[in-house]
Ligand binder design. Structure first.
Ligand code: FE
Ligand code: FE
Ligand code: FE
Length: 165
């Protein structure tokens, strides 16, 4: 039962914890599927960042005196599923497939930004400074990843994808 802001916070924390652990498995696949070396690298680096983000979430659970535990996030399952469908529709590496992978990656980062943004705001409202700092650190990484994907897209991938006709 969810009655208090503490309940809502914990439920959302479990949701993003589940999502991050799913992403740890999905990001290497996205990296392997990318054609562009830059895009491969971006997904690979974000996989490494994700490991640190999971550790931050474990710290948050610890501060709250709760066991680190995930709760199925249907949103992230759906976004990962869409990424898999893209790879089925475009079985060969190409710039067009890369453009689709970037869009999937950005949808994922935006979901994470929404979650971390809400959690950080709630932690601040409750004067949970240490927790808010941990959540903000990750929020900034998600924003930077989103911006990096935009850069990769506009710099190279879209130009080549458009040439494919
Ligand atoms: Fe993340
Ligand atoms: Fe969710
Ligand atoms: Fe992320």
């Amino acid at each position: 039962m969810m009655k208090t802001m503490d309940d809502l916070f914990l439920m959302t924390l479990k949701d993003i914890y589940y999502a991050e652990r799913q992403l740890l498995k999905a990001l290497p696949k996205m990296s392997r599927a990318a054609q562009s070396a830059e895009l491969k690298q971006a997904f690979k680096e974000h996989k490494d960042q994700t490991e640190g983000q999971i550790e931050r979430l474990q710290q948050v659970f610890q501060i709250l005196g709760k066991r680190a535990q995930g709760q199925t996030c249907e949103a992230i399952q759906g976004l990962i599923q869409e990424g898999e469908e893209l790879l089925e529709e475009a079985p060969q590496p190409s710039a067009v497939r890369d453009a689709g992978l970037i869009a999937t990656g950005q949808a994922i980062e935006h979901y994470e930004m929404a979650r971390y943004g809400a959690l950080a705001t709630w932690a601040e409202a409750q004067k949970q400074t240490e927790i808010a700092e941990l959540l903000h650190a990750t929020l900034e990484e998600e924003k930077a990843t989103d911006a990096l994907l935009t850069k990769v897209a506009t710099k190279s991938v879209h130009q080549e994808a458009l040439r494919a006709g």
